[in-house]
Write a protein that binds this ligand. Structure first.
Ligand SMILES: [Zn+2]
Length: 202
C-alpha cells in the first residue's frame, strides 16, 4: 500500500482491528492506540502530541464504526467514554504545523449494517431515490458524521465531492482496502478539505 494507516477503534471491536493488522503489511499500518488523557487546556498542544506520538507518519485514518463508537454513547457516560477515539479523529483532521491532516475512512462493521444502511427513500425535492444512510451522533463520532455530511449544504442528497470522509461497509473495505485508502488520501488536497470541521478541541 502506498499510504500508511492509523486505526481508530473501540476495544469491543478489537477483532476487526486485528484482522486488518493481519491483512496489511506491517509497514503500512500503525498498531498503536491513544491510551492516556492529554492534560492541557491548549487544544493545539493536545493535537500535536497525539499526532506526533500516535498517528505519526500515517496519512489515512480508518475509523471502525461499531456499536460503541458513537458520540451519544460517549456522552451518556460521564461525557468522556469515547475520549480516545474522539481525539484520534480530531487529530486526524487537524492541520498542524508539522503534520498535515489525514484522510478519513469510516468502516461500518457488520453488526451496524442495519442501523446505518436504512434503504431507499423517495426525495420530495428531486423526486429521485436516495439511500438513507444513518450517520450521526447516534452511530458515529461527530468528527466523522459532520465531515461525511459536510455543511452548509444545498440541495438534497450529498454527492461524493461534497464529503470529506469516506464511508464503506466492512466487507467491501476488507476485499479492497487500497481503493478506499487511495480515495481518502486524495481528499486531503481536494477543495472539500477547506470545509473540514473539528468539534470540542478540548
Ligand atoms: Zn433528491
Amino acid at each position: 500500500m502506498a499510504h500508511k494507516c492509523f486505526i481508530s477503534f473501540k476495544k469491543e471491536d478489537m477483532y476487526y482491528k486485528d484482522k486488518l493488522i493481519e491483512k496489511f503489511d506491517k509497514s503500512d499500518v500503525i498498531d498503536k492506540t491513544l491510551d492516556k488523557t492529554i492534560n492541557s487546556n491548549d487544544g493545539d498542544y493536545i493535537m500535536s502530541v497525539i499526532r506526533s506520538e500516535y498517528l505519526k507518519d500515517s496519512t489515512v485514518t480508518i475509523f471502525l464504526i461499531g456499536e460503541h463508537s458513537s458520540e451519544n454513547e460517549g456522552r451518556d457516560y460521564l461525557g468522556d467514554k469515547n475520549y480516545f477515539i474522539q481525539k484520534e479523529l480530531q487529530a486526524t483532521l487537524y492541520n498542524g504545523k508539522d503534520n498535515s491532516r489525514s484522510g478519513l475512512i469510516g468502516v461500518v462493521l457488520p453488526n451496524m449494517y442495519e442501523k446505518v444502511y436504512k434503504g431507499n427513500y423517495q426525495c420530495t425535492q428531486c423526486q429521485g431515490n436516495h439511500n438513507y444512510v444513518n450517520i450521526n451522533d447516534d452511530t458515529a463520532i461527530r468528527e466523522f458524521s459532520r465531515n461525511y455530511y459536510v455543511a452548509p449544504h444545498n440541495g438534497c442528497a450529498w454527492t461524493p465531492d461534497e464529503r470529506y470522509a469516506i464511508l464503506v461497509k466492512w466487507d467491501d473495505f476488507y476485499n479492497n482496502p487500497e481503493k478506499y485508502i487511495e480515495e481518502a488520501f486524495n481528499k486531503r488536497s481536494d477543495p472539500i478539505a477547506n470545509k473540514i470541521r473539528i468539534y470540542n478541541l478540548r
